[in-house]
Design a protein around this ligand. Structure first.
Ligand SMILES: NC(=O)C1=CN([C@@H]2O[C@H](COP(=O)(O)OP(=O)(O)OC[C@H]3O[C@@H](n4cnc5c(N)ncnc54)[C@H](OP(=O)(O)O)[C@@H]3O)[C@@H](O)[C@H]2O)[C@H](O)CC1
Ligand SMILES: [K+]
Length: 466
C-alpha cells in the first residue's frame, strides 16, 4: 500500500523539498537525483517527440537544471536539440547540468524554429509572477512549436495553490510531474493549463500527512452469507421535488447497499425496484436497521423540511447532507457523535462557511477549515472536487468528464455516498469511493447523458472496482 500512496500523494513545495532532503540524507548526491529525475522525464519527451526537433527553455533554478539534463539525454538519443536560457544557472546542480550539456545556449528565442517545446523555466520554486520578458518568451516559444510539454509545473503557475499568476500563459499538451503530484496538478485553474499529466517517479516515499489523489477503490463483492440488511439499509428522505431523491435512490441501489428505501410523502412515478415509504418521515426513519440516511436532494426549504432534517439528525447513525439540507442545517443541530458527510457545491460551501464563521482563502482552505470546525467530512464538489475530514485528511478527485456539468449529477453523487456509508464505509472513504464511481459512471456513459443514465451506469462503474 505504501508505494500506491507514494504515487497518489500530493505534496506542497516544502514537503517535496523535505522528501528530497531525505533522499540526499540517505546518501544520494543532489546532482544524481537531478539526473535520475531528468533522465526519466527525458524518456517521456523522447517518446512524445518521436524524432522531431526539441527546444528546451531553461531557467536559473533546478527546473532549468533538469532542462539541461533533458536536452543532453535527447541529444545523445540523436534528436536535434536547442536550448534557450535567458538567465545563467544559479544552483550548484543547475551549473553542473549546464556543464554536462556543454554545447551552445541561446539567450533569446527569436530565431528558434523547433517542433516540440519543453518548458523548464520555473517549476515548484516559482515565488512570484513571471516578468513581462519571461512571460512573452514562454508564450512566443509555445506558439511557435507544434506541441508544448511542461516540466514539473508550467512556468507562471503557483505550485501550492494552483493559481495562474500571469495572464495569457500557454496551454500545455503534456505536463510531467516530478517525484510527486503538486496541488497545481489537481486544482483549477492551473490544471486546465496542463493537458495530459504523467507522474515521473523518483523514489519519494509516502508521507503520512500528505493529501492524496482519489484513486480507483478496491471493493469486494457481497459475502456468500450476506443478505439485504447485512449489506446495509440506506434511507433517502425526499421532499417537494421527488425527482432528485429518485435519482439518488437509483444510484444508491447500484453502489453497494443491500436495501434502499425512499421516504417521501407522495409516491413518485418510479420503477418497482424502488421501495417507497409514504408514511410520515418520523415513522419511516424509526427503524433501527437503517445504517445511513441521505437528506437534501429535492427537499425544498420550509418548516416541514427543517422538521424532516431534525428527524434525520436524531437517527444518530451515518448521515449525508446535500442540497437544501446544507442551507437548513445550523451548527447547534450537529451531534459530534454522528458520522456526517456534507456534499456542497460552491454556493452551498459559501453558505456553510458563513454559518460556521469560516474565513479562509480558496476552496481547499475553506473545505479544510469547515471540516475541522463542523466535525463533518466535507466533499466540496466541482470539476476539482476536494474532500476534507475533521482530522485533516485531504483527497482531490482526478479529472472527470466535463459532461457531468448537468442538473441532477449531484443527487447521483449523494446517492452513491449514502449507499457506500450504509455498506460500512466511513464518511471520508465513502466520499472518495463515491467521487471515483461517479466519474467512472460518466466515462461509461460517454458524451451527453442524462442524470438517470448516469445513475444507471453506477453498477458498471462498481464492477470495475471488484
Ligand atoms: N521533485 C524532485 O524531486 C526534483 C525536482 N527537481 C527540480 O527542481 C525544481 C525546483 O527547483 P528550484 O530551484 O527550487 O526552483 P525553480 O527552478 O522553479 O526556480 C527557482 C529559482 O527561480 C527564482 N524565481 C522564482 N520565481 C521567479 C520569477 N517569477 N522570476 C524570476 N525568478 C524567479 C528563485 O529565486 P528567487 O530568490 O529570485 O526567488 C530561484 O532561483 C522542480 O520543479 C524540479 O524541476 C530536481 O531536479 C530534483 C528532483
Ligand atoms: K516548468
Amino acid at each position: 500500500m505504501a508505494s500506491d500512496n507514494a504515487l497518489s500523494q500530493i505534496l506542497t513545495t516544502q514537503q517535496m523539498r523535505d522528501a528530497e532532503q531525505r533522499i540526499f540524507d540517505a546518501g544520494m548526491p543532489e546532482f544524481d537525483l537531478m539526473q535520475l529525475a531528468s533522465g526519466r522525464a527525458a524518456e517521456w519527451v523522447r517518446r512524445i517527440a518521436a524524432g522531431r526537433s526539441v527546444t528546451v527553455l531553461c531557467g536559473p533554478g533546478n527546473n532549468g537544471g533538469d532542462g539541461y539534463v533533458i536536452a543532453h539525454c535527447l541529444q545523445k538519443a540523436g534528436l536535434e536539440v536547442t536550448i534557450v536560457a535567458p538567465e545563467a544557472p544559479k544552483t550548484p546542480s543547475a551549473k553542473q547540468a549546464l556543464a554536462l550539456w556543454g554545447d551552445d545556449v541561446l539567450t533569446s528565442g527569436g530565431s528558434v524554429q523547433g517542433e516540440v517545446f519543453v518548458d523548464c523555466l520555473f517549476g515548484s520554486g516559482l515565488t512570484r509572477k513571471l516578468s513581462g520578458e519571461h512571460s512573452l518568451l514562454l508564450r512566443d516559444l509555445a506558439e511557435r512549436h507544434q506541441m508544448a510539454i511542461a516540466l514539473d509545473v508550467p512556468s507562471g503557475i503557483a505550485s501550492d495553490s494552483g493559481a495562474v499568476l500571469n495572464e495569457r500563459l500557454p496551454r500545455f499538451d503534456v505536463t510531467l510531474a516530478l517525484g510527486a503530484w503538486k496541488f497545481a496538478h489537481c486544482l483549477l485553474p492551473a490544471r486546465d493549463k496542463m493537458g495530459t499529466q504523467r507522474l515521473v517517479p523518483i523514489g519519494v516515499s509516502a508521507l503520512e500527512e500528505a493529501a492524496v489523489r482519489v484513486t480507483k477503490p478496491k471493493l469486494a463483492p457481497p459475502a456468500f452469507a450476506d443478505h439485504k440488511y447485512s449489506r446495509g439499509l440506506a434511507a433517502i428522505v425526499g421532499g417537494d421535488m421527488p425527482g432528485a431523491s429518485v435519482l439518488a435512490a437509483q444510484a444508491a441501489m447500484r453502489a453497494g447497499a443491500g436495501y434502499v428505501k425512499l421516504a417521501v410523502h407522495e409516491a413518485p412515478n418510479a420503477g418497482p425496484e424502488l421501495v417507497v415509504d409514504t408514511s410520515h418521515v418520523r415513522v419511516a426513519l424509526d427503524d433501527k436497521r437503517i445504517n445511513a440516511v441521505l437528506i437534501g436532494p429535492g427537499l425544498a426549504r420550509h418548516e416541514g423540511s427543517i422538521k424532516a432534517l431534525e428527524t434525520a439528525l436524531k437517527c444518530k447513525g451515518a448521515l449525508v447532507l446535500d442540497a437544501d439540507a446544507l442551507h437548513l442545517v445550523e451548527p447547534h443541530m450537529l451531534d459530534p457523535q454522528m458520522s456526517v458527510l456534507a456534499t456542497p457545491h460552491d454556493g452551498e460551501l459559501d453558505a456553510l462557511c458563513r454559518k460556521f464563521a469560516i474565513v479562509a482563502d480558496g476552496r481547499m482552505a475553506r473545505a479544510k477549515a469547515l471540516a475541522a470546525m463542523s466535525g463533518m467530512v466535507i466533499c466540496a464538489k466541482g470539476p476539482d472536487t476536494i474532500i476534507a475530514s475533521p482530522q485533516g485528511e485531504v483527497a482531490i478527485a482526478p479529472p472527470a468528464p466535463s459532461w457531468l456539468s448537468i442538473a441532477g449529477t449531484g443527487d447521483v453523487l449523494a446517492g452513491i455516498a449514502v449507499s457506500r456509508m450504509a455498506n460500512g464505509s466511513d464518511p471520508f472513504t465513502a466520499a472518495c469511493e463515491a467521487v471515483w464511481l461517479h466519474g467512472e459512471a460518466a466515462r461509461i456513459c460517454g458524451p451527453a447523458f442524462t442524470s438517470l443514465e448516469l445513475a444507471q451506469s453506477v453498477g458498471r462503474a462498481l464492477a470495475r472496482c471488484l
